[in-house]
Write a protein that binds this ligand. Structure first.
Ligand code: FE
Ligand code: FE
Ligand code: MG
Length: 164
């Protein structure tokens, strides 16, 4: 991004980039968690759940793309070493060691609930200060809210949701 484009950001840009890199780590781990989950999945309604997991995996990858492009626009450096995904993540990674549909849905619902909180914070942090990042975080937040809802609906259909 150009000089003025960066100057209009009324925030500590380094701090913002750091938070965006943490979100980027989350997105990669979420991508892999969904993607590998869709492969190992067993149990009832497998087809429907698999399709949703694959769709969400692709959407997490889109989020990673958006974050990296904005980090670079801000003059920052995106995470370039996978080992930093684990060091920087907010939401962590839950490995699908138990490949039962019910368990995988639970793990991913938990991940989405964490992602919603992360983006809610980023939306607040950039409000009135960096309209471009703000708009991007709102878009991502909207997707994460939809992801939680989709997974809870599947869990409900299976009668396994402990959703409150
Ligand atoms: Fe995401
Ligand atoms: Fe998500
Ligand atoms: Mg969906």
């Amino acid at each position: 991004m150009g000089t003025i484009g960066r100057k209009i950001v009324g925030l500590d840009v380094e701090k913002l980039v750091e938070e965006m890199n943490k979100a980027l780590a989350d997105e990669w781990l979420a991508y892999y968690q969904y993607w590998i989950g869709s492969k190992v999945l067993v149990g009832p309604m497998r087809g429907a759940v698999e399709a949703e997991l694959v769709e969400h995996a692709n959407e997490e990858l889109d989020h990673a793309n958006m974050l990296v492009d904005r980090i670079i626009q801000l003059g920052g450096t995106p995470i370039i070493k996978p080992e930093n995904w684990y060091k920087m993540t907010n939401c962590g990674y839950e490995s699908p060691e138990d490949p039962e549909v019910k368990k995988i849905l639970e793990q991913n619902i938990k991940g989405e609930q964490c992602a919603i909180k992360v983006y809610q914070e980023l939306v607040k942090m950039t409000e009135g200060k960096d309209p471009i990042s703000h708009k991007m975080f709102l878009q991502i937040l909207e997707d994460e809210v939809e992801h939680e809802e989709d997974l809870e609906a599947l869990a409900e259909d299976m009668g396994t949701c402990e959703c409150t």
